[in-house]
Design a binder for this molecule. Structure first.
Ligand code: DOR
Ligand code: ZN
Length: 367
């Protein structure tokens, strides 16, 4: 079975994709997300930046059960642990052996949502003897993946970096040191956002190094985010960069490289966390979680490379079998109309606004 694109290019059938980066949250939000996720994806990497973060094998198991309850049993949750300064390698081993652990997520402390428990000093990732270093050794030993939120907050001299330079600094100064210190470790750079990042991936891609790309970083640049005023419902970490960055990411996505895959970074927040002082980074994307990527690949003239990007490359890197189910998409405009409601007594905390509310998406799931 392989992808088929109709002669007019307006209908596409691909193996059911995997979302290699998804924040499903918990409680009512998880229930809302789970249904839309399982409609579109055979499985997903489940991000661990819950409150509290997922740091033990027992928490992995409990969260996995919650995810399956929300998605249904045919969905494959690929679980992650949250890398802290005290994560226990024994828990990593246990979670990998018994509870479906796919990898560990590195969060630079303070640079994104729920990252307060993240590693305090990135140098501990390549400094032998530190707890994070030992965890990465264990991870390599278990053939599991290190997922990197590729951002540095500070330069070596202690000065605070410009937010638009956080990823480029990481790619230049931090990533090569991690790769060098852990040659056997599989590393996925998450939600790549810059042309420097894309160049690094092209130059260094291997069976041990790959990256995920979001639809928002392929579709938007910072003109969109600031047109007529700052738009909090287009605010993510990593932040949306320049047009030249978007174009470099599109080239990478369209290159057909086996080490590039889909990771939506869908990250719902209630409106009260978005339209406020210090807007939270992250937006719900799952309601159009595959459709927006089809739109981007169509725009790039790369629909023939869509199935590999969406359904094959990610699972292969993680050692997961691709799905034997298929999903059909049609090129047909629809307007995002629905907002999502959760229970809260606080004003504006009971509603989640999805990406592109009130606007068109160019592809939809076939009926
Ligand atoms: O935009 C983002 N939202 N980036 C992240 O790294 C975290 C995520 C979230 O959890 O809201
Ligand atoms: Zn994320």
């Amino acid at each position: 079975m392989s992808a088929s694109l109709s002669e007019t290019g307006s209908r596409l059938s691909i193996r059911m994709p995997f979302d290699m980066h998804h924040h499903v949250r918990g409680g009512e939000t998880l229930k809302i997300v789970g249904e839309m996720l399982a409609q579109r994806f055979a499985g997903a990497i489940i991000m661990p930046n819950t409150q509290p973060p997922i740091t033990t094998a027992a928490m992995v198991e409990a969260y996995r059960a919650e995810v399956i309850a929300a998605t249904g049993p045919s969905f494959q949750p690929l679980m992650t642990l949250y890398l802290t300064d005290t994560l226990d390698p024994a828990q990593v081993r246990l979670a990998r052996t018994h509870h479906g652990l796919a990898g560990i997520k590195y969060y630079p402390r303070g640079l994104t949502t729920n990252s307060d428990s993240g590693v305090a000093n990135p140098a501990s990732l390549w400094t032998a003897g530190s707890t994070p270093f030992e965890v990465l050794r264990t991870l390599a030993d278990l053939d599991a993946v290190l997922l990197l939120h590729a951002a540095d907050g500070f330069a070596a001299d202690g000065s605070e970096l410009d937010p638009y330079d956080q990823e480029t600094h990481f790619v230049r100064e931090t990533l090569p040191r991690i790769v060098e210190a852990h040659p056997a470790l599989k590393i996925s750079v998450e939600h790549l956002s810059t042309k420097e990042g894309a160049a690094f991936m092209s130059a260094n891609q291997s069976a041990h190094l790959g990256c995920s790309l979001t639809a928002q970083h392929l579709l938007l640049d910072r003109r969109d985010v600031h047109r007529g005023g700052f738009r909090p419902h287009m605010s993510w970490w990593p932040i949306i960069q320049r047009e030249e960055d978007k174009l470099a990411l599109r080239d990478l996505a369209a290159s057909g490289s086996p080490f590039v895959w889909l990771g939506s970074d869908s990250a719902p927040h209630p409106i009260g966390k978005k339209e406020t002082d210090c807007c939270a980074g992250g937006v719900m994307m799952v309601h159009a979680g595959i459709e927006l990527y089809a739109e981007a690949f169509d725009l790039m003239g790369a629909l023939d490379r869509f199935e590999a990007f969406a359904a094959l490359n990610g699972p292969r890197f993680y050692g997961v079998a691709p799905s034997d189910r298929t999903i059909d998409l049609v090129r047909e405009d629809w307007v995002v109309r629905q907002t999502f409601h959760i229970t809260s007594d606080e004003p504006r905390m009971d509603e989640i606004r999805p990406f592109r509310l009130g606007e068109k998406v160019a592809w939809k799931l076939a009926a």
